[in-house]
Design a protein. Structure first.
Length: 509
């Protein structure tokens, strides 16, 4: 059933050669596949992202006219092939192409970003509205293959458990977290049919010649271990340290959502070598050699670099429900989300991770959150500049819990997590003086690696464990040690991050 992409089945009968079956380049770094099939086709949409894709490091085929190009979305139940209008393609930068059609006239395809880089390219595909809604992909499904063909060259990535877990998988919405894997490839079957041709000759001796007839057939066999993933029930999935009073809410209360619009690491600072001759602090802008930890986080929060209409990093605090002093408090879920631009009018929907839940309580006076004694400052004997901001009343503070905190550059598995913030307004439309404190063990830090960024490569940090950037960690160049004793007496670092947030529209459960 699956069409063989980019293949020209040539038969050299005289040489008795078998045809070659075209094999797509595998896209292995699919970040997310998000499909919606809601009532009313105008709200139907598809977003698929492949980033830092090793399959897109060489020169790409040119999809512009007169070349032909297609997009294909294939599940175990449906097969949607869309022929693209070549007139909507244009060049994008020195190594890429862009397809833009606001009307979605070709099967609802409104945007494609297709680019190559030596460090890994990018493919972004967006379908939306009535054009896609005519034949939408609906769930539940067992797998999804996403394929692009340009000028006869194919690229394909497959989302399927266990490689790509389903976050949602029902009739209205499908949300799959990468990475992707190789698509299933067809096989070829050759059938040779001999044909007898009688050639009249004076001796009436028949001459037999075999004319091979080659029939390529494509077959797809589902992997025997693949099973349907049930729809995710959104319940709390965190662990609680001994003695904690954190609780799990068995059912979801209505959510009031706040999106973090600033997030800054205050302690420990990020210390790196500069060309092996000195040791420098690159926590805050302007940084050195293009490296700034807080600058990078601010950029991710405030920009839409891939132009998909979504901020690159959206961290949400979901109050379930929002209660303010003098009410006692309830639960907060910390989660990644997909939030539309521009800033101040975001529409946010569930992201690719499972939310982490902690319990919060309110105060009408005093301080709800402050640094843990003896866990901040150079060598834990003083204070960094700027200092850590406390959360003062009217405010909330959470009970300790263990969660994985998505920082944008990487995820931090934090223990003894406490969050706090000051309400602005009643009902609140802002959170200020927010403080997040959590412990990262040295063992966990040694298994978290810095991205393969060109700027990090300049100072020899690309792909290294983050311990090399934390004072006291293995390979760090600083003269002081910022390690702390955490739960159970293990060594690591208490992270202190200040944040602010504002009210946004939440479209999830």
């Amino acid at each position: 059933m699956r069409r063989v992409l980019g293949a020209v089945l040539g038969v050299a009968v005289a040489m008795w050669c078998l045809p070659a079956i075209g094999v797509d380049t595998t896209l292995r770094f699919g970040r997310i596949a998000k499909l919606k099939d809601k009532d009313g086709t105008a709200s139907d949409q598809v977003i698929v992202k492949f980033v830092k894709e090793s399959g897109l490091i060489t020169t790409l085929p040119n999809p512009m006219c007169p070349s032909a190009s297609t997009i294909r979305l294939k599940t175990d139940l449906q097969d949607l092939l869309i022929d693209l209008d070549c007139s909507f393609w244009s060049t994008s930068g020195a190594t890429g192409y862009s397809y833009k059609d606001k009307t979605g006239s070709a099967g609802g395809v409104t945007l494609i970003k297709f680019s190559s880089k030596p460090t890994g390219g990018k493919l972004l595909i967006k379908l939306k509205g009535d054009g896609y809604g005519v034949d939408p992909i609906d769930g539940p499904i067992a797998s999804l293959e996403v394929q692009i063909v340009a000028d006869g060259v194919g690229y394909c990535g497959r989302f399927a458990p266990p490689n790509s877990p389903f976050i949602k998988n029902d009739a209205g919405q499908i949300l799959i977290k990468g990475p992707s894997a190789a698509c299933l490839q067809p096989t070829a079957t050759v059938t040779i049919t001999p044909t007898i041709t009688e050639t009249p000759t004076p001796s009436l001796t028949p001459t037999a010649s075999n004319t091979p007839t080659i029939t390529p057939t494509a077959s797809e066999t589902a992997t025997a271990t693949e099973t349907r993933t049930p729809t995710v029930t959104r319940t709390a999935t965190f662990t609680v340290p001994p003695g904690s009073t954190a609780t799990v809410t068995p059912t979801l209360a209505p959510a009031t959502a706040f999106r973090l619009d600033s997030l800054a690491l205050r302690d420990p600072h990020v210390i790196v070598p500069l060309f092996t001759t000195s040791c420098v602090d690159v926590t805050d802008p302007p940084g050195v050699a293009g490296i700034s930890a807080n600058g990078e986080i601010a950029t991710l929060i405030g920009q839409d670099a891939d132009m998909d209409g979504l901020f690159d990093l959206s961290l949400l605090a979901l109050f379930r429900p929002l209660q303010q002093p003098p009410l006692p408090g309830a639960d907060i879920q910390v989660t990644l989300a997909d939030c539309t631009t521009p800033l101040g009018s975001e529409m946010c929907s569930p992201g690719v991770n499972t939310p982490s839940t902690i319990t919060y309580s309110n105060q009408s006076s005093g301080v709800c959150g402050e640094p843990l004694p003896g866990t901040s400052g150079p060598g834990n004997t003083g204070s960094y500049t700027p200092g850590i901001t406390n959360s003062s009343a009217p405010c909330f503070g959470t009970t300790p819990a263990t969660i994985t905190f998505p920082l944008g550059l990487f995820d931090l598995p934090l223990q003894d997590v406490r969050a706090s913030g000051t309400y602005v307004g009643d009902p609140a439309n802002q959170l200020i003086d927010g403080l997040l404190v959590g412990f990262l063990s040295e063992a966990d830090a040694s298994n978290i690696f810095l991205p393969n960024d060109p700027n990090l490569a300049l100072v020899g940090l690309a792909g290294q464990p983050i311990t090399v950037a934390l004072p006291g960690g293995a390979g760090n160049c600083s003269t002081h040690d910022d390690r702390d004793l955490g739960p159970g007496g293990v060594l690591g670092w208490y992270f202190h991050l200040n944040f602010t947030a504002h009210l946004v529209t939440w479209t999830g459960p």
